[in-house]
Design a protein around this ligand. Structure first.
Ligand code: ATP
Length: 224
């Protein structure tokens, strides 16, 4: 059975979610107050309607209660975003994802029960900052306020050494959960401690931010 989604707010963020879900074959109800935006999505989403999501009656009339997952992508209008989220919550929507504009907005959304709060500009900024610190840091994903998962490329400092030699868990408190060897297609999930790392291998490492930061500075930084 197809999953049903609604995207409220068709700016760059909401619009991009709407396009992607639709191209994956999902049923998407696209909602915006602006006629131009709605027209843009008429041939993309399953349904596109002009509506003000802060109006509870309108939400009910649109049958939003039957939708599995609603994405609130209302931009600068924080008040409208909060009010819409609150009403969706009261209507018993199973999953609500909301885009936050700032940390206060995020706090309120978490308090009123949004299931997932995303902060794309901030998160992408952090990921890019990590990747520009070193060419060997490929990606950085926040798991919580204090923990992250990073994808790093092994440089000369790690090359030819085993996980035992590097002693990453004891020295840095981080865990190497997978290795993508440079010359192989398969990912080595849960690598053995005797695994030899070669320059260019990609390591997926999980840990506390302060430990990952030490690991990155001491073992991952560009060293060629
Ligand atoms: P960016 O384009 O930078 O990603 P964004 O997607 O966060 O920004 P906007 O470009 O401001 O934000 O888009 C938000 C969209 O939400 C607009 O198209 C706006 O018309 C729509 N919108 C605002 N308030 C409501 C509302 N009450 N109900 C439905 N849509 C709304």
């Amino acid at each position: 059975m197809k999953r049903e989604f609604a995207v409220i707010g068709l700016g760059r963020f909401g619009g991009s979610i709407c396009r992607e879900l639709s191209s994956e074959g999902m049923e998407v109800l696209a909602i915006d107050t602006e006629e131009d935006k709605v027209n843009e999505f008429k041939n993309i989403a399953s349904h596109a309607v002009i509506a003000d999501a802060t109006d509870e009656k309108v939400l009910k009339e649109l049958g939003i209660r039957n939708i599995d997952h609603v994405i609130v992508a209302i931009g600068d209008n924080i008040q409208a975003s909060i009010l819409t989220t609150l009403m969706l919550k009261e209507l018993g929507i199973k999953k609500i994802t909301v885009k936050a504009q700032n940390d206060y907005h995020e706090k309120v959304l978490n308090k009123i029960g949004a299931d997932q709060v995303v902060h794309p500009e901030r998160d992408m900024g952090k990921r890019i900052a990590h990747s520009i610190i070193s060419n060997n840091i490929l990606d950085h994903l926040e798991l919580s306020d204090e923990h992250s998962i990073v994808e790093v490329k092994a440089g000369a400092r790690m090359s030819g050494k085993t996980l035992i030699d590097l002693d990453i868990r004891a020295q840095y408190g981080c865990n190497v959960v997978a290795i993508k060897p440079i010359n192989k297609k398969e990912i080595n999930v849960s690598p053995m401690a005797t695994e030899v790392i070669n320059k260019g291998d990609i390591l997926i490492v999980i840990g506390a931010d302060k430990d990952i930061s030490r690991f990155e500075k001491q073992l991952v930084v560009d060293d060629e």
